[in-house]
Design a protein around this ligand. Structure first.
Ligand code: IMP
Length: 193
């Protein structure tokens, strides 16, 4: 079975290929199908954006496809930045500015509960399925650690006392929102392949 993963992010492709390889499922990227245009992500929810990307590939390339979208949801901020996580501090996708803005918004607030949520939308043989992965935790008062990306230096997952940026990829990949959503997708594909 051949499935498009609507991304060109090598890290995400490697992670998904590792999980789906044993089931004989070939995962191809947007570059592999020569999709060079920017796929719109203009929805107001993670689900909406994931479906927008998956449907774009289905409609324009006629291929089975899945797409993901992730956001950091902070309880005291009514789940912001959520779907706007990448551009919280502006269109520049600047992680440093995003973290500083979030720390500023939370200054003086006691409730620092947050969660990363990943949604995967899969369109396969005319059927549609969604998979969700969540990791709960809290936001620190200052940055800690050098590894990872995005909001990793200010997020401590529940059950740990280190940020994702201190824990590093090996631990993060076992417990992360994305890993959880991807393994649900993998289990589903294993049963139908
Ligand atoms: P995307 O949907 O995977 O592109 O994620 C959107 C944004 O959420 C990214 O630009 C990051 O700011 C943030 N994000 C997603 N996953 C992670 C993560 O694992 N750690 C830290 N930040 C993340």
């Amino acid at each position: 079975m051949k499935l498009v993963f609507a991304t060109n992010n090598q890290h995400k492709l490697d992670e998904v290929r590792q999980i789906t390889a044993p089931y004989g499922i070939e995962i191809v990227s947007l570059a592999d199908i020569h999709c060079e245009e920017e796929i719109p992500e203009t929805a107001e929810t993670l689900e909406g954006n994931a479906w927008q990307k998956a449907h774009f590939v289905r409609e324009n390339y006629g291929m089975d496809c899945f797409a993901d979208d992730t956001g950091l949801e902070v309880e005291a901020l009514d789940n912001a930045p959520g779907v706007y996580s990448a551009r919280y501090a502006g269109p520049g996708h600047d992680s440093e500015a995003n973290m500083q803005k979030l720390l500023g918004e939370l200054a003086g607030k006691e409730n620092r509960k947050a969660r990363f949520r990943t949604v995967i939308a899969l369109t396969l043989g005319g059927e549609e399925h969604t998979f969700e992965g969540i990791v709960t935790g809290r936001i620190t008062t200052e940055k800690r650690g050098e590894k990872g990306f995005g909001y990793d230096p200010i997020f401590i997952p529940d059950g740990y006392d280190k940020t994702f940026a201190e824990l590093g990829d090996e631990t993060k990949n076992q417990i992360s929102h994305r890993a959880r959503a991807v393994s649900k997708l993998g289990e589903f594909l294993a049963h139908i392949s």
